[in-house]
Design a binder for this molecule. Structure first.
Ligand code: FES
Length: 157
């Protein structure tokens, strides 16, 4: 399946705005992910062609950033911080509770397609440790406790 025309146009606008195809690589991946939920292997050469970079260059960028999803993800992605501040504030217990409740490990999606759990370096909420970034709007949630965790999971689509 080829890139939808609206995405092709957005990518061309992005390159024109950035003035350099390489500077547009990460944002181009974000654009495609926002539209399709993830970035498939098939999309890499298509996006690269629109940008004017090689597929290998774009693939390297896509593989480097953990927030560019290379496999389908659930409706709600939970980026659970495994940074030092969170580790000192009980992140291990939150991780264990989350994995037990969802029945999945890192990098996995629940069978109903509702949640994907990913471990992440510092998510920028050390003052709210243990913290996570959750959902398509990337809401920073913390400090996570059994109660806040339950509330977040129940509110998720
Ligand atoms: S170490 Fe977890 S938010 Fe910074």
């Amino acid at each position: 399946m080829t890139l939808p025309p609206v995405l092709q146009a957005q990518l061309r606008d992005l390159v024109a705005h950035e003035g350099n195809p390489r500077a547009a690589m990460l944002e181009s991946l974000r654009l495609v992910q926002a539209a399709e939920g993830w970035v498939s292997d098939d999309r890499i050469p298509q996006i690269a062609a629109e940008l004017g970079v090689t597929p290998a260059e774009l693939d390297a960028t896509a593989s480097f950033y953990s927030l560019i999803f290379r496999r389908p993800v659930g409706r709600t992605v939970i980026l659970l911080c495994d940074g030092a501040s969170c580790g000192l504030n009980g992140a291990d217990a939150i991780r264990d509770a989350l994995m037990s409740r969802l029945g999945i490990g890192y990098g996995q999606t629940t069978p109903d397609g509702r949640f994907t759990l990913i471990n992440s370096a510092c998510v920028g909420g050390c003052d709210r440790a243990p913290a996570a970034v959750i959902g398509p709007d990337r809401t920073l949630v913390g400090p996570l406790t059994a109660d806040t965790l339950n509330a977040v999971l129940e509110e998720a689509p």
